[in-house]
Design a protein around this ligand. Sequence first.
Ligand code: VNL
Length: 389
Amino acid sequence: MKKFVKVALAATCLMTAAVSQAAEPFKIGLIIPMTGPFASTGKQIEAAARLYMQQNGDEVAGRKIELIVKDDGGVQPEATKRIAQELVVQDKVGVLAGFGLTPLAFATAPIATQSKTPMVVMAAGTSSIVQKSPYIVRTSMTLPQVTAPMGQWAAKEGGIKSAVTLIADYGPGHDAEKAFVKNFSEAGGKVLDSLRVPMQNPDFSPFLQRVRDLKPDALFIFVPSGQGSTLMKQFTERNLAGQGIKLIGTGDVLDDDLLPAMGDEALGIITSQHYSTAHDSPENKAYVEAFRKMTNNSMRPNFMSVGGYDGMHLIYEALKKAGPNANGDQLLAAMKGMKWVSPRGPMQIDPETRDVVQDIYIRRSERLADGQIYNVEFDVIKEFKDPGI
Ligand code: VNL
């Protein structure tokens, strides 16, 4: 009798534990700019994360997944850090994700380390971010990774002998500048000057005047996603193309999110990046179609969106591999070395650096059959790791 009671009691306890565990969802705290100058980055990532959940369900290995979206406004690192702290302490999130810009990722890194919470960087691109915490994993890109191939291509294939660099004056811009100068120079090109524009509310005009005076073969640009339209407008107003100065850059400047609103001035521009809406693969065709449908055709998925989509994939797969009740260290271990085919092409997480390894494409902007301008990939550097700076 006594034995029976004990067994029954144990069984009840086990069941209660199982039920309460199943009832407690696994929470993903997604911190992104949904307002302010970088709101397009947040909107792209949120739409992609929701699409991923719509396609793959809101349950992994029997545990419910809850996505908590927080708007950090995109410009105050302390605000992002405070939101992360609250998500960890009050909401008990299992993963922190998002991070639209480098300073926001830098500020949050100590929270990830102290709380042993994996932090999936879906947007920011400064090379050193992954070194700021052993809990950081990146699904976006790094600026040296995207820029190095452009520097090489410009000198070797593009027939460009001289260039001026013009970058947003903060982490990813500094990385892009260094990577371009190094690769372009090593391949035989000459950099005439390197200009840095304030990152907030930039006015490119005085810098473009300087470029016009220097008359290089090409102007290399990095601006964060969302600022490309202003740059293109001022480049056109100054008629730099008319002076024989070609515009080249990372894909951030001819962001797919902005391209539909640009005119002929955006045609024939060579950029390098890891994602284009026009990437030719069955995975991407399905992705673009589903993304457009989900956003009622109001948005074209850009590179920020795949950062979010693949970040969700990484979290789902890590939960499958490590089990639905895995802790932060176990999830992180499961994320290292993960490989899959993304809408952008094949990608993986380097198990040593926790950074993204992916194909980088050289693209030319062209008008396609639907009358819109796209970045059409014509060359690829396979499985390219962040070369650092
Ligand atoms: C960053 C890099 C942000 C590339 C971007 O757009 C971008 C960053 C907001 O690391 O801050 O296109």
